[in-house]
Ligand binder design. Structure first.
Ligand code: ADP
Ligand code: ASP
Ligand code: MG
Length: 408
């Protein structure tokens, strides 16, 4: 007998029929003698619908009320799935995040899980119940409802698996595993049987939304056995996230990630002196805006320089506003913004032992006339910022250039 945590995403619970389908799968695992905890997302489109309603009332909706609002989506699906399980003759019980007591910090709309009381769940499991938990939500120490950021149900699933020391955490979604890149953009993308934890962490942080990055962090920290599978197929092994590298079989590049939500800000003609990076980015950080890539040029004339960085598109207007305010104090000639930037990244632990990857990437993009605006590298990834109109083309040509469509 194993303890399994299964997480079903929005499309997987997108209709009554799909919910009944999930119930059937859960029932099969129960019939095999396993204990099952199910985490569900809101029905597909529901979280977007709720956010849109809020935006019709407030241009910057109050974060506490936003969480109260969006957390309702998952409360619907836990109840419906529990009913569907009961209809199949199973014992089932639903829990909201607060009812479990998934304790988070108070950072509304992007809260982090601090602890989970798993005792009640364990008691229910031992009594033969299927436990159905609302993804994406928690509660802070004052009892306020919090949510974990878009895609946060993945993190609920993995965090519960860690807390319950589950044998496996299965993330059921609308694709049958992790692919070399988003199969919706590149139909030739290949499903990976395994991907290393480090690669998955990079893929998630660089924009592959198949898993929320915090869920991967949890899996790494608590060594949760994590698998991505399709809820639309009966069979299939999906993709297993592994913690060991097989040096012999390791491909150089495992995948291509991309992020459409970047925005680029350039501060032109600032004095080239100590403290200038802090003078520019300090106020941005104080406003709780995360900065991604940063480039500071060497001043050509030795006195002034240009400074460029990227932020999430949602933060673009705010960041520009802040820089306009400090422009005078930092002595910048001009502040330029571009909210049409996107980022494409090659990811692979095999890069550690191979050179020439970057030049091949640049050559491939050059051949298509795609201008690279910024570059950043680490041991296992290379990222470039390019104009959004070239994004899909870039992903496709790179996928081909690095033979990712061919079986390893
Ligand atoms: P869910 O609602 O189940 O959480 P998501 O939409 O959040 O599903 O994540 C699944 C989607 O992630 C897929 O439909 C696919 O378009 C996208 N995706 C992006 N990159 C990848 C990748 N490398 N492999 C598989 N899917 C990916
Ligand atoms: N329903 C939330 C969202 O759409 C959480 C999730 O699906 O993981 O982001
Ligand atoms: Mg998701």
């Amino acid at each position: 007998m194993a303890l399994i945590v299964q997480k079903y995403g929005g499309t997987s619970v997108g209709s009554i029929e799909r919910i009944k389908n999930v119930a059937q799968r859960v029932a099969r695992f129960k019939a095999q003698g396993h204990q099952v905890v199910v985490v569900v997302s809101a029905m597909t489109g529901e979280t977007n619908r709720l956010i849109a309603l809020a935006n019709e009332i407030q241009s910057h909706p109050d974060p506490r009320e936003m969480d109260v609002l969006v957390a309702t989506g998952e409360q619907v699906t836990i109840a419906l799935l529990s009913m569907a399980l009961m209809e199949m003759g199973l014992k089932a019980k639903s829990y909201t995040g607060a009812q479990v007591r998934i304790l988070t910090d108070t950072a509304h709309t992007k809260a982090r899980i601090l602890s989970i009381d798993e005792e009640n769940l364990r008691r229910d499991l031992n009594a033969g119940h299927v436990v159905v938990v609302a993804g994406f939500q928690g509660v802070d120490e004052k009892g306020n409802i919090t949510t974990l950021g878009r895609g946060g149900s993945d993190t609920t699933g993995v965090a519960l698996a860690a807390a319950l020391k589950a044998d496996e955490c299965q993330i059921y979604t609308d694709v049958d595993g992790v692919y070399t890149t988003d199969p919706r953009i590149v139909p030739e993308a290949r499903k990976l049987k395994t991907i290393t934890f480090e690669e998955m962490l990079e893929m998630a942080s660089l924009g592959s939304k198949v898993l929320q990055i915090r869920s991967v962090e949890f899996a790494g920290k608590y060594k949760v056995k994590l698998r991505v599978l399709s809820s639309f197929e009966e069979e299939g092994e999906g993709t297993l996230i592994t913690f060991e590298e097989d040096a012999m079989e390791q491909p150089i590049i495992s995948g291509i990630a991309f992020n459409r939500d970047e925005a680029k800000i350039t501060v032109l003609g600032v004095p080239d002196r100590p403290g200038i990076a802090y003078a520019i980015l300090g106020p941005v950080a104080d406003a709780n805006i995360d900065v991604d890539m940063i480039i500071q040029n060497v001043g050509a004339d030795g006195t002034t320089t240009d400074f460029t960085f990227t932020v999430h598109r949602n933060d673009f207007t705010r960041a520009m506003g802040i820089l306009k305010i400090v422009q005078g104090t930092i002595g910048a000639r001009e502040i330029k913004g571009d909210d049409k930037a996107t980022k494409v990244s090659l990811v692979g632990v095999g890069m550690r032992s191979h050179s020439g990857i970057a030049s091949n990437m640049f050559k491939t993009l050059a051949a298509e006339g795609i201008n690279i605006q910024m570059i950043s590298t680490s041991e296992i990834k290379i990222s470039v910022v390019i104009d959004e109109k070239y994004l899909e083309l870039a992903v496709r040509v790179l996928h081909k250039a690095f033979n990712l469509d061919q079986a390893a």
